[in-house]
Design a protein around this ligand. Structure first.
Ligand code: HEM
Length: 210
């Protein structure tokens, strides 16, 4: 078999279903949350069920998103810790942004930027869940906690939405063929060697290729 006919498995079916559940629950929670946040964005309610409906569905979509983030944590956390190469990679982010890939240390299955996105989503997801529960049942909460939640919930949402906008840009426009990985589960050897050389090497050694 020629090298360009080989498909390297990147995400199994469980990971792909998990990812798209995160994406759907996130988009719904973000649209409804923005509609509830400010009258300027209330028109978004008409895209997601109408004002009355979204008051009830927004918290539940947030709960679903948190559950999926919990699954992601269980599945991916151990591959998301930064190694020595990742720490150098982060100091050379400008090289990544300007496509000087030769100046970057090699990445494993995920690069340092992807790892930072993961941890930022875990952190903001936790903050959104805790502050969201406080806002869901305000009568039962002390005043100080309510005020803290009123400030924390939109701030965490802005951080989370900003991160996901960058992630969508990276996964679609900036890194061609990434979508194939998360939709169909595989990548080509060229893609793996270019974007994730250390991960490619592990696969190549296990497949006994030169
Ligand atoms: C809404 C549209 C989304 C699109 C188009 C999208 C796209 C992608 C793509 C193409 C990959 C594969 C990257 C690779 O193979 O290296 C990926 C992976 C991943 N996605 Fe998404 N994604 C979306 C939403 C989300 C959301 C809401 C989360 C929430 C946490 C998320 C978290 C992740 C994580 C942790 C990975 C693995 C690491 C990484 O590649 O960053 N994604 N996504």
């Amino acid at each position: 078999m020629k090298l360009d006919e080989i498909r390297i498995p990147r995400f199994d079916a469980y990971e792909r279903v998990m990812h798209w559940m995160a994406a759907l629950s996130f988009v719904y929670a973000a649209l409804t949350g923005l509609a509830l946040w400010t009258p300027v964005l209330y028109w978004l309610a008409s895209l997601s069920g109408g004002g009355f409906v979204i008051r009830g569905t927004h918290p539940w979509s947030g709960v679903l998103f948190s559950v999926v983030i919990g699954w992601m944590y269980r599945r991916w956390a151990k591959t998301m810790y930064l190694d020595a190469d990742d720490r150098v990679w982060l100091t050379r982010l400008d090289k990544y942004a300007t496509h000087q890939h030769g100046a970057l240390p090699p990445s494993g299955r995920f690069n340092a930027g992807q790892k930072m996105l993961f941890w930022s989503q875990v952190a903001t997801g936790l903050l959104l869940l805790v502050s969201g529960v406080v806002l869901w049942f305000p009568e039962e909460m002390p005043r100080g906690l309510r005020l803290a939640a009123i400030a924390a919930h939109p701030l965490a949402a802005i951080g989370s939405i900003g991160g996901i906008l960058v992630h969508i840009y990276m996964g679609t426009a900036a890194v061609p063929h990434s979508m194939r990985a998360i939709l169909r589960g595989w990548v080509s050897p060229e893609w793996a060697r270019f974007h994730h050389p250390k991960w490619y090497k592990v696969w190549r050694d296990s497949a006994n290729l030169r």
